[in-house]
Each structure stands twice: as structure tokens, then as C-alpha cells.
Design a protein around this ligand. Sequence first.
Ligand SMILES: [Zn+2]
Length: 79
Amino acid sequence: MSGFEKMKIIDTQERICPCCMARHEVKRVSYEVNVTYKGIPVKYNEESFYCDNAGEWFVEEDMMSKNYKAMIDAYSGPP
Ligand SMILES: [Zn+2]
């Protein structure tokens, strides 16, 4: 995951973390992403969880499809 900026924390919740399998506070963050989709530069906001224990980012299935939808919505397509 590279090229993201303007990250902001949406919320923090204590839960079983699927990344490290321990119960702790997991941050949900949103950040701006710039990608090239079908040759068109697309800018949109993506969401992700962050595990402090493992120091890793992860997304869940519904979040992944939400992120994908956000990208498709931002993609205007060729003129
Ligand atoms: Zn964790």
C-alpha cells in the first residue's frame, strides 16, 4: 500500500483483531488514494484497519468491496 496521504482516524474499537488474533483496540482509518484504473488516474478515499500489535494494515471483505465501489464511483471513465 503506497501513495496514500491525508490519513485520518475514523474510530477506534476494542475487538478481536483478525490480524494478530488478540483482543485490543483497532483503529479504522480513511486516507486518500491515487490509482490508475483502465489508464485513467482516479482519486478516492479508502478505509483500512490498523493493528498496533503487528504494525500492519488490513482490510476485511466488506471493507474491500466498499473500497472497490468507492474507486468505481470516482472513476469517470473515458470521455
Ligand atoms: Zn492486532
